[in-house]
Ligand binder design. Structure first.
Ligand SMILES: Cc1cc2nc3c(=O)[nH]c(=O)nc-3n(C[C@H](O)[C@H](O)[C@H](O)COP(=O)(O)OP(=O)(O)OC[C@H]3O[C@@H](n4cnc5c(N)ncnc54)[C@H](O)[C@@H]3O)c2cc1C
Length: 366
């Protein structure tokens, strides 16, 4: 049985950020930290790939420079039915391919001394007074602390008995070929957020993100249904997506349609148990725009600090984790966006959205 101080489950942005933070703070401890990842890099990850300036600031804090191709966005076009306005902010975010981004981030963790085992999935964990016994598809380990950074379908969360159906958003996505010399989104470096789906019962928006996949221009198109009002009727996403695509003269190719859940953050929920912390999507992301990469990085760094504090003090109860997260800048940002999502996706009638639109356009638009 392998013996580690910290075992991190999942090498997405949250898990890799946690590993890098541990290595930066305590290089010796990095050698006693194991990062296991179910997939083998470069692994596919369904995502719009929008990396915000906030995410870049967190990467800088981790002293990580990722040399991956990205497409800079300088304008966001907000749409609602026939209404539209554009907000111009140079480099407001950039669009990456997650398979490249995540693979490089995980390599940074490895380069700083953390052992990274790919193709190894957590199967079970058992907490005891002296640590956590972890069973994976390839072996068994004992660790002082486990950080569950294994995404929205977190096995760690399920094993702790903390899974909740009513905090799960649904997202679908497709990549379609694009002409980068003519499509305005490419020429003008513009991302589109279309909120028309709220009138069809979806609690979210449709997006168009210009991107390149292996040098080939592709439009990343998707639709999210946050379900921040879990008891409202569930919208049927596929017909809404088809309608949004048809408005852009794109036909839905079923074979390439993919979906993935996202968990939204609830400050009143548990994200820990003695000796186990959750981070990133396993804990929760923001439901307003579904921007999860920066929050996952932030969450991972905070979980790492929490684990280091526990090891230093010999207190692994983590009774304060939820409160500390809730009151941190991360927690306040997540809660603020959740409150806005509650208002924005509340089935309020067309007049509400059209009026709100005029106000927002007057404040921010051109
Ligand atoms: C369609 C879609 C579009 C999105 N677009 C954006 C966007 O444009 N910008 C943005 O900021 N966010 C976006 N997000 C959200 C973002 O993708 C997530 O918030 C982010 O990936 C969370 O990072 P994470 O590290 O917590 O989890 P993940 O990135 O999901 O990583 C979890 C890792 O854990 C591994 N794993 C899972 N189970 C196990 C196991 N049992 N054992 C070991 N390893 C395991 C997985 O293989 C994975 O590598 C989008 C999400 C979706 C679904």
């Amino acid at each position: 049985m392998g013996e580690y101080d910290i075992l991190i489950v999942g090498a997405g942005p949250a898990g890799s950020a946690a590993a890098i933070q541990i290595a930066n703070r305590n290089p010796d401890l990095a050698r006693r930290t194991l990062l296991i990842e179910k997939a083998v890099f470069p692994r596919p990850k369904l995502c719009g790939g929008g990396v915000t300036t906030h995410a870049d600031a967190l990467l800088a804090k981790l002293r990580v420079q990722l040399d991956v191709p990205s497409f800079p966005i300088h304008a966001i076009k907000f749409m609602f039915e026939d209404l539209r306005f554009t907000v111009r902010i140079p480099n407001v975010f950039r669009v990456v391919r997650r398979e490249e981004f995540d693979a490089q981030l995980a390599q940074h963790a490895r380069a700083r001394g953390v052992e990274l085992r790919e193709g190894e999935a957590l199967v079970d964990l058992e907490r005891e007074d002296a640590g956590v016994n972890v069973r994976t598809t390839l072996g068994t380990y004992h660790a002082q602390v486990v950080i569950g950074a294994d995404g929205a379908n977190s096995v760690v969360r399920t094993k702790l008995g903390l899974a909740r159906w009513d905090r799960i958003a649904r997202l679908i996505e497709i990549l379609t070929p694009a002409d980068a010399t003519r499509a305005p989104e490419f020429v003008e470096h513009t991302a589109v957020f279309d909120f028309t789906p709220v009138t069809r019962g979806a609690q979210g928006y449709y997006w168009d993100f210009p991107s390149f996949k292996q040098g080939v221009p592709m439009m990343n198109r998707g639709l999210g249904d946050t379900r921040v009002h879990p008891y409202f009727p569930r919208a049927s996403l596929k017909p809404i997506f088809e309608e949004m695509l048809a408005q852009r003269e794109v036909e839905l190719d079923d074979a390439h349609l993919q979906g993935h859940p996202e968990r939204w953050f609830d400050a009143s929920a548990k994200h820990s148990a003695p000796r186990v912390l959750l981070a990133g999507d396993a804990a929760g992301a923001e439901p307003l725009f579904g921007e999860g990469i920066s929050h996952a990085l932030d969450f991972g760094m905070r979980a790492a600090d929490e684990a280091l504090r526990a090891l230093a003090r010999g207190d692994f109860s983590f009774t304060d984790y939820e409160r500390r997260v809730a009151w941190s800048a991360l927690g306040r940002r997540l809660q603020f966006k959740r409150a806005l999502a509650h208002i924005a996706y509340g089935d309020r009638g067309r007049w509400f959205y059209r009026l709100g639109w005029q106000v927002l356009r007057a404040m921010f638009g051109k």
